[in-house]
Design a protein around this ligand. Structure first.
Ligand code: NAD
Ligand code: ZN
Length: 276
């Protein structure tokens, strides 16, 4: 159940954010784990986050994988992924925030989404222009050529682990970026290109502490772009943002879409009146 958020206490911020969105044609969004909290997936940082409660996990996962990818795969196939976090991911459905963000793409405002989430919920809500900068847990990736496949399209031969790529013979791993693993260069390039073309930047549900993802809003600010932040808790970006709305994305984004749609309808009505 989402916490109560008093929208009317922030009506001025909503109006500023809606004005910025309605006049943008190339908004780039950086989304983080907070976006999926209302889908029942815990965040890592922030109030109630898994790391806030349990502390940080070992940061050498990619070293372990690289030392013996075959053994990593053997364990993965034997043990599966059955911890509480994996179960929350399996049971999750897109929430109103995911759907509202997809609507902003549909009406030509959001051009591109850089998501740190691995849960596939943006795609399931209808977002099409996405870079999953930390990967997608339902996909596999070749660590050499960076080709990606949905898991169900790739048959793993359990007698020949680790699986290797048909195109370049590189080792295949889960697409999710492990601690210590470099972010795939194609994802970084596309995120940088999109940010360079943006006329507005928006961050949603991210603590803005994880680099390189956190560098994109900074780059946008350095280019003089306006920044909208949606996050119930303050982050290092809050003070720098043009407008910060301190509410849950599942409530803030649908309300923003409503305000943006009204502005767009008024613009069309005004244009029709002028042409009559
Ligand atoms: P984070 O866990 O570091 O921070 C989450 C942020 O979300 C916090 O700042 C918190 O205040 C905010 N938040 C909490 N509830 C919110 C809500 N209802 N609406 C909007 N914001 C809310 O997340 P991060 O910055 O994305 O970085 C952690 C890394 O962990 C990411 O790289 C991601 O790959 C991974 N992760 C992914 C998932 C997922 O796929 N759903 C979940 C947890 C962690
Ligand atoms: Zn390959």
């Amino acid at each position: 159940m989402a916490e109560a958020f008093n929208r009317s206490a922030h009506s001025a911020a909503f109006e500023v954010a809606a004005d910025l969105l309605a006049s943008s044609t190339h908004t780039v969004v950086l989304a983080g784990a907070g976006m999926s909290k209302e889908s029942g997936i815990p965040t890592f940082r922030g109030e109630g986050g898994l790391w806030t409660i349990n502390g940080e996990p070992p940061l050498n996962q990619y070293d372990t994988f690289s030392q013996d990818p075959g053994l990593w795969w053997q364990r993965r196939l034997e043990q599966g992924r059955s911890d509480a976090f994996a179960q929350a991911l399996e049971q999750s459905e897109p929430n109103d925030g995911h759907r509202a963000l997809a609507e902003l793409e549909d009406i030509g405002i959001v051009s591109h989404l850089i998501t740190q989430n691995i849960d596939d919920l943006h795609r399931r809500a209808g977002q099409t222009s996405i870079i999953e900068i930390h990967g997608n847990r339902y996909w596999l990736r070749c660590i050499s050529c960076e080709r990606r496949w949905p898991c169900q399209e790739y048959i793993i031969d359990e007698t020949a682990l680790p699986p290797t790529c048909d195109h370049c013979s590189g080792v295949i791993k889960s697409d999710t970026v492990m601690f210590g693993e470099p972010i795939p260069s194609t994802a970084l390039r596309r995120s940088g290109d999109e940010t360079a073309q943006a006329d507005l930047f928006m961050t949603i549900g991210t603590s803005a502490l994880v680099y390189p993802a956190a560098q994109y809003p900074i780059e946008a600010l350095q280019r003089g772009l306006p920044l909208i932040e949606i996050n119930p808790e303050p982050t290092p970006l809050t003070e720098l943002a043009t407008v910060a709305i301190p509410g849950p994305s599942g409530q803030v984004l649908p309300a923003l879409v409503e305000l943006v749609r009204k502005r767009l309808a008024n613009t069309v009505a005004r244009k029709n009146y002028q042409e009559d």
